[in-house]
Design a protein. Structure first.
Length: 263
């Protein structure tokens, strides 16, 4: 990508109007949300790197035929998620990656809109491997009858729709969310939206170019059976296995995964 030097700031060419066209035509999607999605995806994909300066609102708004206020609102969205910071006369600069709110569900969606960074995918699974088995253990100890019913209904929807459909992936997210909530640990419940988004996007990503390598629903059944039977050890083991197998499936779908990380 071409760059130009202005003082100590590097300004990259902005996404073309043609590339941006159509991003805001989803039902009920507001224009600034579409612009935030476009810019956020460009940042997460590396099109804009940390330290780069985003295009100014006047030039950007004129090129895309949008209002300057819509652009400013989009920048506010990115700022709230830790992706950028704006300063008078210095423009809007992409922040260091460690400042990004990578667990924000919308940021996760932007990361998987293109080809996600393999290190980031690895990090997500490492987080899941820490949180979800512990949550399953607690859920087996603390779950209520309503919790079991919600998990059972989600599992039935996964079977009915399969994970190749949006409805099936939504049920998958509901299943994992129900386990976190059944843990009775409020700190874990706070992570439910992030864990659910990670589950959703990695599952969708795995089948972007090919079918799922195997059916993961039996892995979920083992987790459910252990929680329903109030068996903490079995629940933790089953969930650990589920996450490990999901990671292997994801590795196989990413050609550039580091060889030393493969089993």
């Amino acid at each position: 990508m071409e760059t130009s030097e202005t003082g100590d700031a590097t300004t990259k060419k902005r996404p073309s109007a043609k590339a941006t066209a159509g991003t805001g035509h989803g039902p009920g999607r507001r224009l600034h949300g579409a612009l935030a999605h476009k810019l956020g995806t460009a940042i997460l994909s590396g099109q804009y790197a940390p330290g780069d300066v985003l295009p100014g609102e006047v030039v950007f708004a004129e090129e895309l035929g949008v209002s300057r206020s819509a652009y400013r609102e989009a920048i506010q969205v990115l700022t709230a998620k830790g992706l950028v910071a704006s300063r008078p006369k210095a423009g809007t600069r992409v922040l260091a990656r460690e400042r990004w709110n990578l667990l924000d569900p919308e940021v996760l969606a932007w990361a998987f809109a293109g080809e996600p960074d393999v290190r980031f995918v690895r990090d997500l699974f490492e987080l899941r491997s820490v949180i979800e088995p512990a949550a399953a253990r607690l859920a087996a100890m603390r779950r209520s009858k309503d919790d079991v019913r919600i998990m059972r209904d989600a599992l039935a929807a996964m079977r009915r729709h399969t994970l190749t459909t949006e409805a099936g992936r939504s049920a998958d997210r509901d299943f994992h969310d129900a386990i976190l909530r059944a843990s009775g640990n409020q700190a874990m419940v706070v992570l439910s939206a992030s864990i659910g988004a990670a589950v959703h996007w990695t599952t969708q990503f795995k089948q972007r170019s090919r079918e799922l390598p195997r059916n993961p629903i039996p892995d979920h059944v083992r987790v459910f059976d252990a929680i329903a039977a109030s068996d903490p050890d079995a629940a933790a083991e089953a969930m650990g296995s589920l996450v490990d197998l999901a990671l292997e499936d994801t590795r196989s779908s990413m050609e550039d995964w580091p060889r030393e990380k493969r089993a």
